[in-house]
Design a protein around this ligand. Structure first.
Ligand SMILES: Nc1ncnc2c1ncn2[C@@H]1O[C@H](COP(=O)(O)OP(=O)(O)OP(=O)(O)O)[C@@H](O)[C@H]1O
Ligand SMILES: [Mg+2]
Length: 254
């Protein structure tokens, strides 16, 4: 089914195996939307528009009547509503009717993985956002048993892998990804990358484990912003950076 989105003048493609991102032009670039049940990394330098892209994604789901979960370890969680409002996203009514849940992940607690797992299992969410993955993956963890990742405060037993090693980080990220692999859940995860970095995430591993990567970029000298689809499972897509801008209404393609 095809419908015209008058506001942005792009064609909105409706396909049951694809999840609309809330940005019609982005959907067009990836065969109609994100593959259902996929995990996509939104990578970019500070201020490149990662969180705003997530607002579009959540708002699209809420308008469709879906249950949406936004996970963050940012203590200023109440500011998120204000920030979203400033750029044209009014989430209040969906918070009121519990279609949107904002969940604060306290990284000092050893139970964060269990809390996430519990919420995702019981909440019947179709859209999940983790904003951002970076501080979560930097929590010190121990590996016990074969594949069990545990927050460090739980660890009194011997460790099998050195904390902070690549293999531990990889296992930790896999563990987080496995929490998200639930029923009809399609996920966006933001990842901060330092200016000029060659990798697509700060941990240098998650880009290999996700189904898709969207890179948000700022060209300071040219005063321009770009969005690039770097990877998307089962999707033929251009690798060409797309010119975008951020305005009071969020992200716009130029
Ligand atoms: N009302 C607005 N009009 C135009 N641009 C805006 C407006 N509000 C925010 N911006 C731009 O959006 C940027 C913030 O976008 P966003 O919060 O999505 O970035 P981010 O990639 O999530 O950053 P961080 O890595 O710090 O979390 C601001 O730095 C600013 O350039
Ligand atoms: Mg952000």
């Amino acid at each position: 089914m095809i419908e015209i989105n008058e506001e942005v003048n792009f064609t909105k493609i409706t396909n049951s195996n694809r999840i609309n991102t809330g940005l019609a032009r982005l959907d067009e670039l990836i065969s109609g939307g994100l593959p259902k049940n996929s995990i996509t990394l939104i990578s970019g330098t500070p201020g490149s528009g990662k969180t705003i892209l997530c607002y579009h994604y959540l708002m699209e789901g809420l308008k469709n009547g879906e249950n949406c979960l936004y996970l963050t370890s940012d203590e200023r969680i109440n500011n998120i509503i204000k920030q979203a409002n400033n750029i044209g996203f009014d989430f209040q009514q969906w918070l009121n009717n519990s279609k949107l849940k904002l969940m604060y992940l306290d990284l000092d607690k050893s139970t964060i993985h269990k809390e996430m797992e519990q919420e995702i299992k019981t909440g019947n969410y179709t859209r999940v956002v983790i904003d951002s993955l970076t501080p979560i993956t930097e929590v010190p963890v121990w590996v016990s048993g074969i594949n069990e990742i545990m927050p460090s405060s739980d660890s009194t037993e011997t460790k099998k892998y050195p904390v902070g090693s690549l293999s531990t980080t990889r296992m930790h990220i896999r563990r987080i990804m496995s929490l998200l692999n639930h029923k009809n859940c399609t996920t966006l995860i933001t990842s901060e990358i330092p200016e000029g970095a060659k990798s697509l995430s700060r941990d240098t591993i998650s880009e290999f484990l996700v189904d898709g990567i969207i890179l948000m970029d700022i060209d300071v000298t040219m005063d321009r912003r770009k969005l690039t689809v770097r990877k998307m499972r089962a999707t033929k897509h251009t690798l060409k950076p797309q010119n975008i801008t951020i305005t009071e209404g969020g992200i716009k393609f130029l």
